[in-house]
Design a binder for this molecule. Structure first.
Ligand SMILES: NC(=O)c1ccc[n+]([C@@H]2O[C@H](COP(=O)([O-])OP(=O)(O)OC[C@H]3O[C@@H](n4cnc5c(N)ncnc54)[C@H](O)[C@@H]3O)[C@@H](O)[C@H]2O)c1
Length: 385
């Protein structure tokens, strides 16, 4: 299949910027796609972050320390942007207004006002494809769940539980970084950092909370500042959101959790759905396994645990028995973004990256959750209008 090349610029050459570049380097992993990204330009405010790209990614022709210079580069068609949350509003809006397609990192703005401004830029530029990064739904087990929900296999939903748990912040000696500071990470704290990952599938399935009661907690209040002293950790470490969802005329509880401090969990993303006809659970903790229970009235209730095949959105050279991992999910997500740029409504498969509307919905929920925490009350959400 002939491939259309999309010329990418990367803004923000840190942890995630590098992860994306390595996904491009193994594009030959994908079979039967008619698009191919090429990273031609990179930008970081910090020159030393750029150096890895200029030495490791041969397609990079130009590097900049001011993102506006990258946006003026006529050979850049699309941008992947991975910068701290306080910069999303300005940089994302400028990328979109420059007419470049954008795959931006979550949470798509440090707060709801910033997200509203990004949505304004999106509405003013309808020809630009804008999507948010959220890779976990591309794990084969998660991908399988999306198919089962689409096929209506669960019957009436009884309960949903979804979460994303980290644990490296349990170590009080871990130095402070921008993710623990309100000015750069935002008041949402762990919700802004981890929340869209948790909400992507529920929102895709149409499970919008009618109300939320949030329990947010701070566990470690000081960290080494890297200069011999200590700095305050200002952001929420952990959040549990008890939501009430109404979908297809029925109501059910949905428990969402985002934790920076969940002992023993390095990067655990999970979802559990129980229903009157089927129940299932998937966690990246056991990335190959999916558990499910099919039920007929009066029949037995037996959980099945199965090694799920290496099957995600796009076919690959990898044999079905092999294990899928984080970097595979990034590759699949980036393929979905390129697919949408090149094939529009005729995408090679139908699972899209997280949309700006889904990111905007997550902001409404997190803003209500902050109010719930402050008031100690359940906050209602109205999704009409
Ligand atoms: N999808 C995921 O799994 C995932 C994982 C981690 C982080 N993230 C998200 O990615 C984004 C970046 O996080 P990270 O962990 O890569 O952070 P990071 O600190 O590793 O990298 C951010 C980079 O942005 C650069 N930068 C700062 N100001 C800049 C400016 N004005 N212009 C250009 N570059 C600038 C920094 O120098 C740094 O190199 C955040 O939105 C975060 O929430 C997503």
């Amino acid at each position: 299949m002939s491939k259309k090349t999309i010329r990418f610029g990367v803004i923000g050459c840190g942890l995630m910027g590098k992860e994306f570049a390595s996904a491009v380097a193994r594009w030959c992993h994908l079979t039967n796609v008619n698009f191919e990204p090429r990273i031609v330009a990179v930008c970081d405010a910090n020159q030393s972050a750029i150096n890895w790209f200029t030495t490791s990614v041969p397609s990079v022709k130009r590097s900049y320390t001011n993102y506006k210079d990258l946006l003026a580069d006529e050979e850049v068609d699309a941008v992947y942007c991975a910068v701290p949350h306080n910069l999303h509003e300005r940089i994302y809006s400028d990328i979109i207004n420059a007419g470049k397609h954008l795959l931006g990192e979550k949470p798509f703005g440090i707060d709801k006002a910033a997200n509203d401004a990004i949505m304004e830029a999106i509405n003013a530029n309808p020809g630009v494809v804008v999507r948010s990064s959220s890779e976990f739904p591309f794990f084969p087990g998660a991908f399988q769940i999306s198919k089962w929900v689409e096929e209506g296999r669960f019957g009436d939903i009884i309960e949903v539980e979804a979460g994303f748990w980290h644990s490296s912040d349990l170590n009080p000696n871990k130095p402070i970084n921008w993710k623990r500071i309100v000015a750069s990470n935002g008041e949402y704290g762990c919700m802004g950092d981890l929340g869209l990952h948790v909400l992507h599938l529920p929102l895709r399935f149409g499970w919008k909370p009618n109300s939320v009661r949030a329990l947010l907690s701070k566990v470690v209040d000081k960290r080494p500042d890297g200069k011999g002293g200590f700095a305050s950790c200002e952001t929420w470490d952990n959040g549990i959101l008890a939501c009430d969802v109404k979908s297809q005329g029925r109501q059910f509880p949905m428990m969402l959790s985002m934790k920076r401090i969940a002992p023993g969990h390095a990067n655990t993303w999970f979802i559990r759905v129980t229903g009157t006809k089927m129940s299932m659970e998937y966690s990246t903790k056991q990335p190959k396994q999916i558990a499910y229970l099919n039920y007929e009235p009066g029949g037995s209730q037996a959980w099945h645990v199965e090694d799920v095949a290496y099957v995600s959105a796009y076919p690959t050279i990898t044999g079905g028995i092999f294990e899928f991992g984080f970097s595979d999910s990034i590759l699949q997500m980036w393929a979905a973004f390129c697919d949408e740029i090149v094939n529009g409504d005729q995408m090679l498969q139908s699972f899209r990256c997280a949309t700006p509307e889904e990111a905007a919905d997550s902001h409404r929920l997190f803003t209500a959750a902050l109010e719930s925490q402050a008031e100690g009350e359940t906050i209602k959400l109205n999704w009409e209008g």
